[in-house]
Structures are given as C-alpha cells and as structure tokens.
Design a protein around this ligand. Sequence first.
Ligand code: ADP
Ligand code: NI
Length: 213
Amino acid sequence: MDKEYMIKQTENWVKEQLEGEGTGHDWHHIQRVTKQAQEIAAIEGADTFIVSLAALLHDLIDDKVVESEAEGIKHVTKWLETIGTSKEQEEHILAIITTMSFKGGNNKPVETLEAKVVQDADRLDAIGAIGIARTFIYAGSKGDPMYDPTIAVREQLTFEEYRNGRSSAIGHFYEKLLKLKDLMNTGEGMKRATARHLFLNNFLEQFHKEWEG
Ligand code: ADP
Ligand code: NI
C-alpha cells in the first residue's frame, strides 16, 4: 500500500470505530485535528505520514472509546500491522498517542517533532470557538452547570470538592483551556493558539459582563 492509501484506509477505519461506539460526533474532532496537524506538519517540516496516522488514531486508546488503554493499544497496533507500517513507524505512532494526552499536565512531555505537532493540533481543537462549544457540550453531558461563581476555579476548591468532581463549563476555562496556549510545542502551533486564546478571553470578558448585568 502506498502512504496516501494507508492514510485513506485509516480514515475509513477510524470513522467506523467511532460510529460503532456511538460517539459519532468525535469523528469531526478527529477530522479537524488531522487537518490542523497536517497543515502544521507541512510548515514545521514534520513527517506528514506519521503525523496523519497519529492524529487519526489519537483518541482510539481513550477509555471513552475502548474498555481500557491497553485494549486500545492492542487494537491500534493490529490495525497498523494490517496496513503494513514498518516496526519503526508503528512504535513512533504508538509513542505519540500514548504520551500526548493532557491529564493534568503530569504526563511526560512528548518528544519527537511529529508528536509535538499532533499534540498542538489536539490542543488547538480545545480552544477558540470550537473549544468553547466542546466545553459546553461536555459540561452539559455531565450535568455540570455552565457557570457557578463558587466553583469557577478548581484551584480554589477544597480537596473534597475536587474529588467529587465539582466543575462548570466556565470553570474548565480556568483549569485547562487558558493554560493551553503556553503549552504549545511548535511556532506554528503557538501562532494559531494565540488567536484562539484571544477569542477565549474575549468570550470570558463578555460572559462575565452579561452574568453580572
Ligand atoms: P481530547 O480527547 O480531544 O483531548 P477530552 O476528551 O479530554 O479531549 O475532552 C473533550 C472536550 O471536552 C475538550 O474540548 C475538553 O476541553 C472538554 N472537557 C474536558 N473536560 C471537561 C470538563 N470537566 N468540563 C467541560 N469541558 C471539558
Ligand atoms: Ni483529541
């Protein structure tokens, strides 16, 4: 299989996986992340084959989609063997998708340029207008309020409240979204994040203004 074809096949496979799991909406996230990642890869000089596959596969080891991360890794490895990536490519792609998730910032930093690009693209989708929309959808699905001034900032919660997962959509801006810009790995990622970060701040300013009346 040539590389274009391997990417195309993977696209179809990932789409099927996500639809099968009843999380069809997330396919659009994957599409957006893959497109951003490919664009950034071209500008930063990263290997677009590795970047494309890692971006397409990056959420398939998440326990929202599969039973466990270990299961997910097995599943993805099998797929890479099916399309015939080399051992080296397979290891690189798996290393990217296992190390890139944010998880409170405690994960070890991603290492290769390709990993940096995919992580930047995933983070970009969490900020800007799309990021705002995703945050409110997520909060709504958990039954969290859009805003509660008393739980707006997670750092100010008591440990018990934190353990109980009290949060709000606006709270998520402070605990994660506003931190992402400074965590960008690449110059192009930073450039794109800066515009989206500004949009977050403008949104928050307007939100608080309207809330206070
Ligand atoms: P990804 O898999 O793309 O890294 P997640 O699955 O962690 O993203 O989250 C999906 C979306 O929901 C993201 O836009 C994220 O910022 C948002 N989100 C995650 N946790 C919360 C939360 N506690 N409240 C509101 N939004 C959240
Ligand atoms: Ni993602």
